[in-house]
Design a binder for this molecule. Structure first.
Ligand SMILES: [Cu+2]
Length: 162
């Protein structure tokens, strides 16, 4: 029951973000297409692969490497992830405001798991990928929103240039 409530709240937050971004295309049920950061891409259009690792250090720091991504507006990129750490990690990309709203939600509902196309969760040692088309220029962010991880350093920036 808790999961259902969390999912409903998350959908409300996400659609609110999309509306605020002014890119709502009017298509319900296709939330990804309305995100300011872009939409799932076609594998055949991905000309570039970016490898991103997730890990923890002995001092408790958690990090993404690299923590800065630079892409071009309209570019489709294959983001390949590997969790080199000892605990689960996730990657969520969005506008900064969306990340902070999502972070607060995850702190309220720590058991929440989601399968949004702009996110991926990996167990220790696991690999995965997201093929994404960055539709709009601007400053975006990514983060691991498992409670405590963002504050331990798991965040990064995505600059989409014209
Ligand atoms: Cu994490």
């Amino acid at each position: 029951m808790k999961h259902i409530i969390a999912a409903t709240v998350l959908m409300a937050v996400s659609s609110g973000t999309a509306l605020a971004g002014g890119t709502h295309a009017g298509g319900h049920g296709d939330k990804a297409a309305t995100m300011p950061i872009g939409n799932p891409g076609e594998a055949g259009k991905a000309k570039r692969t970016v490898n991103i690792s997730m890990s923890e250090k002995d001092d408790g720091t958690m990090l993404f490497q690299p923590a800065v991504l630079r892409v071009k507006k309209g570019e489709t990129v294959r983001l390949k992830f590997v969790n080199k750490g000892q605990v689960d990690h996730e990657f969520v990309m969005d506008v900064h405001k969306g990340i902070m709203e999502h972070k607060a939600l995850m702190e309220k509902f720590p058991e929440m798991e989601h399968a949004d196309p702009n996110s991926i969760r990996l167990a220790p040692g696991a690999r995965g990928e997201i093929i994404w088309t960055f539709a709009n220029a601007g400053e975006f962010g990514f983060a691991c929103l498992i409670p405590g991880h963002y504050d331990s350093g798991m965040k990064g920036d995505i600059t989409v240039s014209n």
